[in-house]
Design a binder for this molecule. Structure first.
Ligand SMILES: [Zn+2]
Length: 296
């Protein structure tokens, strides 16, 4: 089964104004309106031949309503397509106690199955001890934390998203399933350091297409994480939909593994079995850790 482990959704009232104007400025808003809907997401999965997608909001500070409303939105998408969509919850790093209470609700009542953090957009250091109760909750429940790492939009400070900040988190929470979104893009060496050192740190591949020769970049990322960290069982396919298209990115990942770039970089070392795990098996085993903890 192929699973897209990184997809964004949103509703007009729940997307921050800067993101709406960014999308409008690019002439994408009209299309995004549909693309960010439950139907848009499942159509994109269908187009790519992907069975399931993990979804979470595009932004974290809704102009109307509370941040908790974002989790209600994600849960409503999952209720619309329960066989296709898996929801991850958001938290507010400025309201840590409320975040833990909200996670109880999001996981217990809404059926969400992971946490998405974006330190650059949310402007917090993910290794801040004040935020540790969120990791404690996630570790105790077997809930994966998907954390943006590396470069983000020009309006967000990336000092918060350096992958090495998460080294301390992995040291203090060794059983936490911690996923480095974008594999640290372009700080792949730091991501490889974390994956080699910590057996429960993972990386997703999305948005590593580069301004040119995207497949070469992907091949390089795969090579670094496989050869240095031996981590093919902890690499996850994800598209960063709707910024990137699942069908296109899936083709690029396959080309990076099988194509000319792969041969030039010695990537024949990634087997078809390993590719299958990257495309869905690895995230399935993370989610089954959660299911086992929950006793289902
Ligand atoms: Zn993303």
């Amino acid at each position: 089964m192929i699973i897209d482990a990184h997809m964004h959704v949103g509703h007009e009232n729940l997307i921050s104004e800067d993101m709406v104007s960014f999308l409008k400025g690019k002439g994408l808003w009209k299309e995004m309106h549909h693309r960010l809907s439950p139907e848009g997401v499942t159509e994109a999965l269908d187009e790519a031949g992907i069975e399931r997608g993990i979804i979470f909001p595009l932004t974290f500070s809704p102009p109307h309503g509370s941040w908790q409303a974002l989790n209600d939105m994600t849960a409503a998408y999952v209720r619309t397509y329960p066989d296709r969509l898996i929801g991850f919850a958001v938290v507010n790093p400025r309201e840590v106690a409320q975040s833990v209470a909200e996670l109880e609700r999001a996981v217990g009542e809404l059926g969400l199955r992971g946490i998405k953090l974006h330190p650059s957009m949310q402007e917090f250091y993910p290794n801040d001890e004040a935020f540790f109760p969120v990791y404690e909750f996630a570790q105790a429940r077997g809930i994966p934390v998907l954390c943006h790492t590396g470069a983000s939009a020009p309006s967000h400070p990336d000092k918060y998203s350096h992958p090495l900040l998460l080294d301390e988190v992995a040291v203090k929470f060794p059983e936490l399933r911690l996923i480095l979104a974008h594999a640290g893009r372009p700080m792949y060496a730091e991501a490889a350091l974390l994956l080699r050192k910590h057996p429960h740190v993972y990386a997703d591949l999305c948005a590593n297409v580069g301004r040119r020769d995207g497949e070469a970049l992907l091949a390089y990322v795969l090579l670094a994480l496989k050869v240095y960290a031996g981590a093919t069982s902890r690499l996850l396919f994800g598209s960063d939909y709707p910024i990137f298209w699942p069908a296109d990115f899936l083709a690029q990942v396959r080309a990076a593994v099988h194509g000319d770039w792969a041969r030039r970089l010695g990537l024949q070392a990634i087997s078809d079995d390993e590719l299958e795990m990257i495309l869905g098996g690895n995230i399935s085993s993370i989610l089954s850790t959660f299911d086992e903890n929950r006793g289902t």
